[in-house]
Design a protein around this ligand. Structure first.
Ligand code: 9MG
Length: 277
């Protein structure tokens, strides 16, 4: 199945890598807005050279404990970077946002995917996406980033995540978003214990039964720190292993900080699958 991301068409039967580009103040040395845009563009060039098909630009941290950013601040961080990348680089610009106003501006500036960790639950978000042709990734989350890791609980994590995504599909499609523009994500680390995350990883292929391409993001997350005992900066091997498992289970996009290594891993999976056909 092919999907059109603002003029770039990708085969969702293959696995693609999405490089992470955070444009939060802690991501770059603080030398003013212009230097931040320059640094972001330089990093975006590396991500593309390393083989990513997507760059995910985010202006608000969604880490456990993170507090929301005012709307104007998010717009100021994200929009110039989206515009610069879309103008210069051959890549799908994804924008990690839950704010309908940011969605609208980002799409106008050339974004090819909206990545919403809150599954378009903010008022006006489904309708905003219903007015565009740009695909959207809707992700499962339990709670809000600030408190989501306080005490995550499920009856059955796979069934509960599937039910949540099914209900969001109903709402989002009713607002006018075409079904063939929707990507689903189980939301590793978003209101889940380590056990929940590995149960979801183990059953990832079952989420494909919902009939949509799947995105998986496990890069450097604490589920990997838990099993390896390693700090966030030392989780490269574990992140590549998790991305490899996700690719083997048929996901269409893996979100990664270490793009070059993840692209290599995905290529090995693709070569094996090609040889088996
Ligand atoms: C922004 N962000 C951080 N982690 C993520 C994940 O696992 N999936 C998606 N879609 N976005 C994420």
């Amino acid at each position: 199945m092919r999907m059109n991301f603002a003029g770039r068409t990708l085969d969702m039967a293959a696995c693609h890598v999405m490089g992470v580009l955070n444009v939060t103040p802690d991501s770059f040395s603080d030398g003013g807005r212009f230097n931040q845009i320059d640094s972001a563009l330089a990093r975006a060039r590396e991500i593309v050279a390393d083989g990513a098909a997507f760059i995910d630009v985010g202006g608000e941290s969604t880490r456990p404990g993170a507090t929301p950013v005012p709307l104007q601040e998010e717009l100021d961080r994200v929009c110039p970077v989206v515009e610069a990348i879309a103008r210069e680089l051959d890549v799908v610009v994804s924008v990690d946002t839950s704010a309908p106003e940011v969605m609208r501006e980002a799409v106008a500036l050339g974004a090819g995917l909206i990545n919403d960790v809150r599954a378009l639950q903010r008022p006006g978000a489904p309708e905003e996406m219903g007015r565009t042709d740009v695909p959207v990734c809707i992700m499962h989350i339990q709670g809000e980033p600030e408190h989501m890791q306080d005490n995550p609980s499920y009856r059955n994590v796979l069934q509960d995540v599937s039910s949540f995504l099914t209900e969001r599909l109903r709402v989002v499609e009713a607002a006018g978003v075409r079904s063939d523009r929707i990507i689903l994500d189980p939301g590793f680390g978003f209101g889940k214990t380590v056990q929940h995350n590995f149960q979801l990883l183990s059953a990832l292929e079952q989420l494909k039964q919902l009939g949509h391409p799947i995105l998986a993001g496990m890069s450097r997350k604490s589920m990997l720190g838990h099993v390896t005992g390693r700090d966030v900066g030392e989780r490269l091997s574990a992140s590549v292993a998790a991305a490899t498992i996700a690719a083997l289970k048929g996901v269409s996009i893996v979100r990664a900080h270490d793009v070059r290594e993840t692209v290599d891993a995905v290529k090995v999976v693709a070569a094996m699958e090609e040889a088996g056909r």
